[in-house]
Design a binder for this molecule. Sequence first.
Ligand SMILES: [Zn+2]
Length: 188
Amino acid sequence: MQKKFIFLDRDGTLIYDRPGHYLTRPEKLRFYKSAFKALRILSAEGYQFVILTNQSGIARRWLTERTLDRIHGKLLQTLKKNRISVAGIYYCPHAPEDRCRCRKPKTALARRAVRELRLPLKNAYVIGDKKADVDLGRNLRIPSILLKTGHGKSQIQKFGDKIMPAYRARNLLRAARWIVRQQAKGKQ
Ligand SMILES: [Zn+2]
């Protein structure tokens, strides 16, 4: 079977993103209840997962990279307990004003992941709760799904009549089911 994968955003997509509560401690990590089921459905369809996350809290010194590694260790451990494996987690540690090349919607981080993990961009999707995730999909020329969890509900007005996601889903589980339906129709 041909390799295929999904770029997943972290905050507001897999785990809760509480306004004003930047995640700085592993014990504060809270997954959306339906996320595990969603990922198992996609995994059964042959999808691998790559988490791409903007973590400007590093640049702002709200947390260290060591702490972020601990948070991601816990995240992977929790996913593993739920029988889900992730090919990689990639983060941008910069603030928007740093003008780096890796902060989503810029593509350097995604391209690095694809190169290192030897994944084909051809059958990929992006799923996230922010316009930056949808714009990343546009920049990579792959379809995106905007969730209504996290910041998702407020993002749609940022689009105007310009670029839109391929689909808007109530949560990650709905997004997973939509992808399965697309597969059944022979699209990606
Ligand atoms: Zn960056």
